[in-house]
Design a protein around this ligand. Structure first.
Ligand code: SF4
Ligand code: SF4
Length: 427
């Protein structure tokens, strides 16, 4: 017989009497060994992240791999918290790496992570540090500057923010002119104020509000970007500046609730603005309308004979737990044949626009095999749907571009849910 390796008895730790959950695990049943040296590599790059406020949970990863198959970026490239952790452990400085900007903060990894490694806190914390040290992709930097100067990421004139309302076929009251309390303060957001396809949806929502007799007003030129994506992309100072402005405007007026077009605004108003001392009732427009479906439905006269699938926005679904309101509305439109994509609800895919991704398309092109929006469009086409329904203003341009770049023009159209409701209502 060869020699058996003997246990160094000095290292054995045993407790003489232990009963755990009614089970006697005394003596050798609870045997442990004194810790050996397990850090034989430098930890400074890991410490750089875990020492940041919000970055702590990065160090909790135990490499189980649950997060990798659900990460939307991994599906079109190589990514996910497990891989990031390993890369940092083996010498990657996340602050200076392009890997830092690929996360869309979609939250799917946190949903499955048994250790609660929280990329929704880690990413903004590390990005903030990277921004301070000057490692920021130029297109993102440009967006930050636009927001700081004009109050919107597009660099559009703040004076023109309410121009869309002037040419609408229903009156769109502006709070500063109304001079009275309203039931609903409608926070319109950037893309629905400035870009054609966003404006289409805004006008549709205004018509539906009017048909329902909703007493509403908008902030118009007094509104600025909600700031949530800027916060997640590493600019908390800019977020605070934008939020402080909006809060000042909210305080100027009296209203029962705020209704938002944009799930990112919903997230900011529910979770971040209260930290700045303001709390108000806020709903996404799909939630507001779903609660009034019985009033709305008799007005939906025209059958919309489409096969429709729906893309859950990360910041309405996973971040704010709302999956049913959009589906309730879609199923309530006469003629609509609703079908799900296989990745939906809690496991919904990401359009690529969250956490700053909206402004990083050219950067991402160098790091993924196809855009996340292109992957999603292919999944929508696979269902046989003719319409990809959305309810986040980031998505319409992303998906319409992706329909073109994947050669699906004529096969799939992208419509905001409110456009489908409006189409049915107008007959
Ligand atoms: S699921 Fe969590 S613990 Fe597991 S590998 Fe991913 S980040 Fe690490
Ligand atoms: S938040 Fe989303 S994109 Fe970021 S690492 Fe997690 S799963 Fe991937």
């Amino acid at each position: 017989m060869g020699s058996l390796r003997t246990v160094d008895t000095e290292r054995i730790k045993e407790k003489e009497h232990v009963v755990q959950d009614g089970m006697d695990i005394s003596g050798h049943w609870n045997r442990m060994f004194e810790q050996r040296v397990i850090w034989d590599y430098p930890t400074d790059l890991m410490d750089k992240i875990t020492s940041l406020e919000g970055g702590e949970s990065f160090g909790w990863c135990y490499q189980c791999g649950q997060c990798v198959p659900v990460c939307p970026v991994d599906i079109v490239g190589s990514y996910g918290p497990r891989k990031l952790f390993r890369q940092v452990q083996t010498g990657m400085d996340l602050l200076q790496s392009p890997e830092l900007w690929k996360c869309t903060t979609c939250m799917n990894c946190l949903r499955v992570c048994p250790k609660e490694v929280n990329l929704i806190q880690i990413m903004p914390a590390v990005r903030e540090q990277a921004v301070l040290e000057g490692y920021v992709p130029p297109e993102l930097q440009k967006m930050f500057e636009n927001c700081a100067q004009y109050g919107n990421p597009l660099g559009e004139s703040p004076r023109k923010r309410a121009d869309w309302a002037k040419n609408s076929d229903v009156p769109i009251p502006i709070m500063s002119q109304l001079n009275r309390p309203v039931q609903v303060l409608w926070f319109v957001s950037d893309y629905p104020s400035y870009l054609k396809r966003g404006i289409d949806a805004s006008r549709a929502l205004a018509r539906v509000f009017q048909a329902l007799g909703v007493d509403f007003g908008i902030l118009g030129t007094e509104e600025k970007c909600d700031g949530d994506s800027q916060r997640l992309a590493g600019e908390p100072g800019l977020f605070e500046e934008l939020a402080t402005h909006n809060i000042k405007m909210f305080k100027k007026y009296k209203f029962d609730k705020v209704v938002v077009t944009d799930p990112h605004a919903l997230n900011a108003f529910r979770k971040e603005y209260p930290k700045l001392g303001v709390r108000f009732d806020v709903e996404h427009y799909t939630q507001f309308l779903a609660a009034r479906l019985s009033q709305l439905q008799p007005m939906l006269r025209k059958e919309i004979r489409y096969k429709v699938t729906f893309h859950d926005p990360c910041y309405l679904g996973r971040h704010n737990g709302e999956y049913e309101a959009p589906r309730k509305l879609l199923r309530g439109i006469p003629g609509v044949q609703f079908t799900e994509m296989w990745r939906c609800k809690e496991n919904g895919y990401c359009c690529g626009g969250g956490g700053g991704g909206m402004w990083l398309d050219s950067f991402m092109a160098d790091h993924v095999s196809e855009r996340l929006s292109e992957r999603r469009v292919r999944e929508a086409v696979e269902t046989g749907a003719e319409v990809l329904a959305i309810c986040c203003p980031y998505e319409v341009s992303r998906f319409e571009d992706a329909v073109k770049s994947t050669g699906n023009e004529g096969r799939l159209i992208v419509r905001d849910i409110i456009e489908l409701i409006d189409e049915s209502m107008r007959g």
